[in-house]
Every structure is written in structure tokens, then in C-alpha cells.
Design a protein around this ligand. Structure first.
Ligand code: GSF
Length: 203
């Protein structure tokens, strides 16, 4: 399998962490989707990474589809419960973490995308996205509480998705002081960072 991605993308990190936790082999192909010469649309018509290209050449996206597929490939360390409420709970945690990343990406692009002229940047739009990031992180802290993991009693995709979101927010928005505000998220993130899967994929 070939994973097309970038080292800074939190969605790509989620896939790479899952690959590592499941002990799956893959080739990592770095692609700058923002460059004029990017070839990403040959694999993903949406022009986004991560994109997983299978042995036969078929492509799979987005990160949620990819990690769900990867979890079925090996019985090692099941990350998504098979069915029922537990499964929906993990997928909801993932949606929350991805939603924080989505809002963060929209906010950052509005502020920094080179092809947008200064007069085209909307402060109201940035504030709207910032609100989602801040509220999303607060919801993570509330949902985690004193528990060792976001859902269940083992590591799951919930923790991986939350870890990737928090790591990326720390990387791109150091002014958002989630470490100062939420000791329980710090406890979770620092515990995740002891795992080679997280350590080796730090943005
Ligand atoms: C989001 C992927 C994405 O926005 C997923 O895979 O979960 N829902 C999708 N990827 C960004 C890179 S990044 O900001 O992490 C991307 O490829 N953007 C290029 C573009 O044209 O939007």
C-alpha cells in the first residue's frame, strides 16, 4: 500500500498512527497538495491527502474511510468496536477531533492562503472557525474527564484522533493554551506521545 500525504497533516498523522499501531507496512509518498505541480488529483479528484493507493492502483480516501479499512486488515490492536453504541461512540470522538481539525484548517487557510488577498480575508469567518476549535477542545476535555482513555478501557481510534487534533493545534496555533487549561488532555496527550506511533509522526 502507498499512503500519499504530508508530515504536517493531522489527518495523515491519524492514518500513520493507525498503520503503526496495527503493525501494517506501507510506503509513505510525500505530496505537497498546495504546489502548482501537485499530481494528487490523479489519485484523489478532491485534491486532498491522505489518500491510500492499493496494490491494484485503486485509491481510497478520506482518512475516516482509510482508518476504518485498516482496522479490518489485522486483528492486532482493534481500534474500532465492531458494532453498537461503543462503535458509534468511537466514531463520534473521531468526528469531534476531525471537526476541530477541519475548523482549524479553514481558519488557517483564511488567514494565510497566499492566493487570498488581504482584503479578501474575513475576520468574522476566522472567529467562527476559532470558536469551533476552542469549543471542540473543551468538549474533548469534558468527555475525557478522569478516564484513562476517551472511550472504553483501552486505546482506541478515539484517543488517536484526539491526539492528532491536539498535536496539530499545538503545532499550528501555539497561542491556544489547551495545555494550560486542560490537565486531563495533557495527561492523555503525553501518554500517547510515549508510543512510537505518535513519537515517530510528530508534526
Ligand atoms: C480532510 C483531508 C484534508 O483536508 C480527511 O481525509 O479526513 N476529511 C478529509 N487534507 C488537507 C491537508 S491538511 O490540511 O491536513 C488537504 O489535502 N487539503 C488540500 C485542499 O485543497 O483542501
Amino acid at each position: 500500500m502507498k499512503l500519499i500525504g504530508s508530515a504536517a497533516s493531522p489527518y495523515v498523522r491519524k492514518v500513520r498512527v493507525v498503520m503503526a499501531e496495527k503493525r501494517l507496512d506501507y510506503q509513505f509518498a510525500i505530496e505537497d497538495v498546495w504546489s502548482d505541480t501537485t499530481a494528487i488529483s490523479a489519485s484523489n479528484p478532491l485534491g486532498k491527502v491522505p489518500c491510500l493507493v492499493m496494490e491494484g492502483g485503486e485509491a481510497m480516501f478520506d482518512s475516516r474511510v482509510i482508518v476504518e479499512y485498516l482496522d479490518t486488515l489485522s486483528p492486532v490492536g482493534k481500534l474500532i468496536p465492531q458494532q453498537g453504541r461503543e462503535r458509534a461512540e468511537v466514531k463520534t470522538w473521531e468526528a469531534l477531533a476531525d471537526g476541530v481539525m477541519d475548523a482549524g484548517v479553514l481558519w488557517r487557510m483564511e488567514a494565510t492562503w497566499a492566493r487570498r488577498a488581504d482584503g479578501e480575508r474575513s475576520q468574522a469567518w476566522m472567529d467562527r472557525q476559532q470558536r469551533k476549535v476552542v469549543d471542540g477542545i473543551a468538549a474533548m476535555a469534558k468527555g475525557l474527564g478522569d478516564k484513562p482513555f476517551c472511550s472504553g478501557i483501552h486505546l482506541s481510534l478515539s484517543d488517536i484522533a484526539v491526539g492528532c487534533a491536539l498535536g496539530w493545534i499545538g503545532f499550528r496555533f501555539p497561542e491556544i493554551d489547551w495545555r494550560g487549561e486542560y490537565p486531563n488532555l495533557v495527561r492523555l496527550y503525553d501518554k500517547l506521545m510515549l508510543r512510537p506511533s505518535f513519537l515517530d509522526t510528530k508534526p
